[in-house]
Design a binder for this molecule. Sequence first.
Ligand SMILES: *[C@@H]1O[C@H](CO)[C@@H](O)[C@H](O)[C@H]1NC(C)=O
Length: 859
Amino acid sequence: MLFRARRYRVFLVFATIFVLVFIHFARSREQSPSAWSAPSPIDRHPSSFSPNPPAADTVDHQDSAPIAPPPSDLNPEQHSTEEAKDPSSIENPSDIRPSPSAGLIKPSNDAALKDDGSASGPVWSKLGSEDQEKLEVETPEATWPHPHWQKLPEHYPLASEDLIRLPTGQPKTLPKLQADFKDESSADKMQRVQRLSTIKTTFERAWTGYKTSAMGHDEVMPLRGGYRDPFNGWGATLVDSLDTLWLMDLKEEFSLAVDYIKTIDFTTTKKKEIPVFETVIRYLGGLLSAYDISGHKYDVLLEKAVELAEVLMGAFDTPNRMPGLFHRWAPVSRMQPHRADKKAVLAELGSLSVEFTRLAQLTKEDKYYDAIARITNELEKFQDKTQLPGLWPLKLDASGCRKTKPHLDHEVARGQSPVESATSVLPSMAQPTKALPTDAQSYEEFLEPRDSRSLHDDAQPADYGGGVSAQGFPNSESEYRASFEQQSSETQCREGLATFTGESEKYGLGALADSTYEYLPKEYMLLGGLNEQYHTMYEKALKAARERLLFQPMVKNGRDIRFLSTVSMPKGHGRTRISYDGDHLSCFVGGMVAVGAKIFGNEGDMELAHQLTDACVWAYESTKSGIMPEHFTLVPCKKGESCEWNETAYYKALDPNMQERLARAAARKEAKEKKKAIEEAEATSGSKKKTLGKRERGNWHVIANSDGKSHKKDEAEAEKHEDSDEDEKTPSHEEFATARIRNERLPPGITMLVNRKYLLRPEAIESVFIMYRLTGDNYWREKGWEMFEAVSKHTRTELANSAIDDVTVETPTMLDEMQSFWLAETLKYFYLLFSDPGVVSLDEYVLNTEAHPLKRPQY
Ligand SMILES: *[C@@H]1O[C@H](CO)[C@@H](O)[C@H](O)[C@H]1NC(C)=O
């Protein structure tokens, strides 16, 4: 029976392939959308029998303005949270392919055979909105050829006189960024060139690994070989690496890569959605910078950038022209109107400016500039109105829909108890008395309370705020009514940015925020200083960050460094909570502050830039591997007070709940003694069954031992063990702290390792590179070299380089993933640190957040 079923499946597979091949040759490029959306005739997958068909219906058709699903905290984005893309598509076995030989696979052919239909990220694809997404992920329908993008009339077009145009006029002469470099001695030069060549060799190895195992795909799997396609499968690593190939003088490789680029078809993808931010910074940025850096000689690079940008422009076709950040690009989707996300990640919304501006400059098409200028305008309006003026919350409501707060008395009047009304559905979060957690798991939960972390919430196609349960359906009639009312009042949706309707708001400069701030001075430079908005916004943001987020951590040897905290502010009652974080993603801030200091003439900020960058260097130096962990917490010093190392204070931070811990232990002990007494009483009164049971095991001693373990030891030893057992449960303050340091391998000063991984990230070396170029101080080259040696040593695989699981051990485990930014950013920054300072001069180029150099005007 089983055998026959298998044979049946094999038959199905062959039938599928046959049909696909037939269709591949038979159909024209332009498919009708209906052909795509029609159910597959060979669909036999059980999960295609949707448990809840009406729900899919509601989502697809009744909602006149479907929203793109909100970005998930855990989607595979470079600038997102720590878990970035760990779950990855690896759980979908079909996503792992054996290594094809280089150049043999064309993305378009392979697309037909690979049923990786997962949407915007691992979480999204796994928990996916019950119905549609599962359909797409798991059924052979996903192997059906996909439609092509086509130009459609916009739902919310802009009249050409309403377009916001690129600023015109003579670009300003901005202050020089780079230091005046002195001639180097020949000994220095020899060493530098040696290092440069070591870095280049590392790049070439990894590039070759990608080429042989994953050419044309998004990422190579650096351990097992094969590939992953988390970014629509257009070849993220290929596009991302172009300019690095050029500036490392691998011109032949560059030219071969450009030939391959010609075959990329940005007008189709297997995935229903395009993650706009990631696509813009990696693909669009990669193409534009390769075009700029190669002297505008390869027209195909700009042509492909335009092809991609045309697809992306559909994301801005919303009532308020804010983009949907996971763009449903297929014609059949775009025929319905969409609005922007109710829960947009700040970094994803605010870091499109540099790429679209450069594209507008190169093509002289103002519509690309208009697209991002409207976001800037809204960010500017909102900047002073947030709970922490100057900074934006990490999550924003970009939908532009008018807020309608259901009135409590209104609900009561309809015979509902106020308790059931929509306003009280949200779980109350504020627990001001709760102490900081001491394990990484609950710490992450602390950082991401339910409002922003709920995966179910994220996975839902429609999110109407509080009135909807985790399944996406109203819990009660009143909730249903509330969500319905909200929905119908939302048809206009022409407002700007607002607070996301969660219970608390978080503010920080790291994960989920980063490049929005980073792009303020960069966009200012790219526009030749002709738009003061970016200047003003930057100054306000830095002022707020300095006052509210900046702290000096207590570390050994009094090193004068600074990190940035994350602040969590409840909407209603409750206390503001501050998390004193060290976070690899935040390491870009040192470089940003240095650039801002020079370009806006705030020379005094250079000291801050030094302290921030050196903080990340310190973190690299703190661990066994010499690599900074992804995310950890520290002990802050009080502002204005001395920041000497204080072991007592450190231990206190390691055991913050000492009082409760000891109280709990005492209570446990008491309960245990009680139980023991009862058992002893039972034993002496001759509970037959029990005694017999124990005797059978031949160890009478366990009778007195309530924990149920049998000790095959003599009485004395057992007693000794029991004592130490007791000790283990109530360690003293000192013992508790030292045990944590030992067991969790905490470097001095770090109170918790929230995430021990290193994902091949660039932010720290990025700031080190900028500090070197801006100061000429050799300190940064020396520190950068130590970082390179540590990173290359611990991440090296047979094929390339891999992310690692734990930087606190001598031999970490390889995670078998190499994001495209390893070649695009990390190795590029290492290389540029040791190259001649004239290579990609910061006075000539602005680097986007994926390290793609874009030409500044009028240099
Ligand atoms: C060290 O920290 C403890 C606990 O916070 C404090 O009581 C003590 O005064 C500190 N010692 C010094 C020298 O600052």
